[in-house]
Every structure is written in structure tokens, then in C-alpha cells.
Ligand binder design. Structure first.
Ligand code: KG4
Ligand code: ZN
Length: 337
């Protein structure tokens, strides 16, 4: 079965063709990242305009590279939530028109479920497993019981890990996105130079809080500035990255032990982080747990992961009609459309 996936939830306009949820036939991405760099973050209006300009060409290219036409496609899968509403609407409307015109089923896909499915593209992992989903907007520990039955065990109560990394990067004067800049700079710094607390969250032992860590970075920088001193940026970046990774993995380890999972998976933009990947490797080795990570090219937003999850959602009977809408927020465990 061939699924055409379409993704436009943030600043990447993406289309891909994936066979049976696993085999990537094409994966095309156009991004407006360079324009957003000027402003230190994604400007929604610019992102929407670029999506509208690129989407038609990106979808055509995905079909061409896959060596197929719309006739060969079995269903159109599209990210409908969560994300920037103006961005999502471009992909959703394009997918709806395509599905209607070509008389193909339309499959709505939750963006974070797509991130989890990025792991199906380069490994033969199958549920059940425990998955840490860490992106610019979300940080969840999820129990993936089946391809479409997902339970949230823990979540951030304030900033997402990626968001905290991006904001800390900005405070440190590093280029956007801060997460990538901090990852690049950290090997040059001493990760024990600055102290960070391990925030405890009252709601659940599996929940996260990153805003306090982020504020600590701001305080270190401001205190130094007030004294006329400068902070060692590489040291602070490395220490902050270590703190974020330690928090992410501490709760993940606890959840795996308490819920009895020995298959660990990580997904989302932050899963590209080299410290997180290395530390997760160590943690899983210690417990003799298996670890699955997406290939770097599938960590960030792409449509192959949407087509992969779309395949499993479609097999589970999830099909939308032309009234499908886009939603800025939507729970991963019980998505409605
Ligand atoms: O999943 P994603 O591409 O978009 C969302 O769904 O949000 O995640 C983007 C986030 C950004 O916060 C970015 O800084 C972070 O992923 N990111 C990284 C790395 N690459 C991307 N964070 C740390 N290390 C990286 N190598
Ligand atoms: Zn994403």
C-alpha cells in the first residue's frame, strides 16, 4: 500500500511516499528556516505564506521521485494537529482537495504520532514500547501499546525541552534554532562548570519542568553582565544541555522500570541531540533494554513519518472527509477530528 504523506505544521513544507508504513520511496522537504533565523524564531505568517507557495511543487516532486502518479497512491495522509494553525491549514486544505479530486481516502495524522512513526522508517521496531517524544513544542513519555493506542505517562508542565534549548540558545547569543547550536557548541565546553537543579514536579513523578532551568541560564548570564563579567558560553551551553538530558532520561528510566518496558524509543526534533542519543545508549545498555532512535534525517519534521503513521491509522479505520479541520492543540492519546 502506497501512502502520500503531507506535513506543514511548522516551517517545513514536506511530502513523501511510503510503502506499507516502512519503506520510504521519496521524502521531499522545503523549509523557510533561513527567513525565521532573522527573527530568532518561527514567524507564523511567513511560514504560512511559504507553505502556500511550495506545497504544490513539493508534492509533485515527492510523486516524481517515488516514480508514481496519484493513480498509484492508496491514501493521502496529512498532519492536521497540533502546530501553527495557519501552517497546518495549508497542508490540510491541499490534502483535502487532492483526496477529493482523485477520489482517494484522506487520513488525518497527529504530528507527534508521526514523530513516533519516524522510528518505523529505519528499524523493524513494533509496539509495545516506551517512547520519549521530544520536540520544539512537546515533551511526553508515552506508552505505545499498539500503532494507534498511545497512552501519556508523563509530560512537561511548562516549556518543552526543545523550546527551553531554543530559548537558552537565544540568551547565549547563538543562532536559531538554539537546540542545534547548543548541541554543536557543547563538546567545546565543560558540562560540569555550571550547576542546575533537577526540578521535581508535584503533578507526577514522570512529569517534566524545563522553565526553571531556562531561567537559570538567563540568571547566570544577567548576573555576570551586572558584574561586568562574561560567562563562558560553551561551558554554560554544555552544562544546560547536560541538565536537560539528565532530566529527560531520569523520568524515562523511572517509567521504564515501573511500567516494565524493555524497548525504549526516542522521537522528535530533540532526538537528534548527540548528548541525548549517547546517554540514552548508556542507560539502555546498563539495563539491557533495546534502544531505537530515528535516523538523523527523520528526527526533524518530515512527511515520511506522517505517511508511516498514516498507514497504520488507515489500517485502523481512520478516514476523514472534506470537513476535516486543523487544530493548534490536540492530545496525542485521544486525537479527534
Ligand atoms: O520536531 P521538531 O522538528 O519540530 C516540532 O515538532 O517542534 O523539533 C524542533 C526542535 C527545536 O526546538 C530544535 O531546537 C530541536 O528540535 N532540535 C535539537 C536538535 N535538532 C533539533 N535540539 C537539540 N539538539 C539537536 N541536535
Ligand atoms: Zn515536529
Amino acid at each position: 500500500m502506497l501512502i502520500l504523506g503531507i506535513e506543514s505544521s511548522c516551517d517545513e513544507t514536506a511530502a513523501a511516499v511510503v510503502e506499507n508504513g516502512r519503506k520510504v520511496k521519496s521524502n521531499i522537504i522545503a523549509t523557510s528556516l533561513d527567513e525565521h533565523k532573522l527573527y530568532g524564531g518561527v514567524v507564523p505568517e511567513i511560514a504560512s505564506r511559504r507553505h502556500a507557495e511550495s506545497i504544490s511543487g513539493v508534492v509533485s516532486e515527492a510523486l516524481k521521485v517515488a516514480g508514481c502518479t496519484l493513480d498509484d497512491i492508496d491514501a493521502v495522509a496529512v498532519t492536521y494537529a497540533p502546530g501553527l494553525i495557519g501552517s497546518l491549514l495549508v497542508g490540510v486544505n491541499f490534502a483535502k482537495s487532492l483526496a477529493l479530486a482523485c477520489e482517494k481516502p484522506l487520513v488525518p495524522v497527529h504530528h507527534l504520532r508521526g514523530h513516533i512513526a519516524s522510528n518505523y522508517l529505519s528499524s523493524d521496531i513494533e509496539p509495545p514500547f516506551l517512547c520519549l517524544v521530544v520536540s520544539g513544542g512537546h515533551s511526553h513519555i508515552t506508552a505505545v501499546k499498539s500503532y494507534t493506542d498511545i497512552e501519556v505517562i508523563g509530560r512537561t508542565r511548562d516549556d518543552a525541552a526543545g523550546e527551553a534549548l531554543d530559548k537558552a540558545g537565544r540568551t547565549l547569543g547563538l543562532p536559531y534554532p538554539g537546540g542545534i547550536s547548543i548541541d554543536k557548541l557543547s563538546p567545546e565546553g565543560n558540562e560540569n562548570a555550571f550547576e542546575f537543579p533537577h526540578p521535581k514536579v508535584s503533578t507526577s513523578i514522570y512529569d517534566y519542568s524545563f522553565s526553571g532551568l531556562k531561567t537559570k541560564v538567563i540568571n547566570y548570564v544577567h548576573n555576570a553582565a551586572q558584574k561586568g563579567e562574561s560567562v563562558n558560553t560553551a561551558d554554560l551551553a554544555a552544562s544546560f544541555q547536560k541538565a536537560v538530558v539528565d532530566c529527560l532520561l531520569a523520568n524515562l528510566e523511572l517509567a521504564a522500570e515501573n511500567f516494565g518496558y524493555d524497548k525504549i524509543v526516542i522521537a522528535g526534533g530533540v532526538s537528534a541531540n548527540s548528548k541525548l542519543r549517547a546517554q540514552a545508549e548508556k542507560m539502555c545498555k546498563k539495563h539491557a533494554w533495546s534502544l531505537t532512535l530515528p535516523e538523523l534525517k527523520y528526527c526533524g519534521d518530515n512527511a515520511a513519518m506522517i505517511a508511516a503513521q498514516g498507514y497504520y491509522e488507515f489500517k485502523n479505520g481512520t478516514v476523514a472527509n472534506e470537513s476535516l479541520n486543523a487544530y493548534a492543540t490536540m492530545p496525542i492519546d485521544n486525537p479527534v477530528f
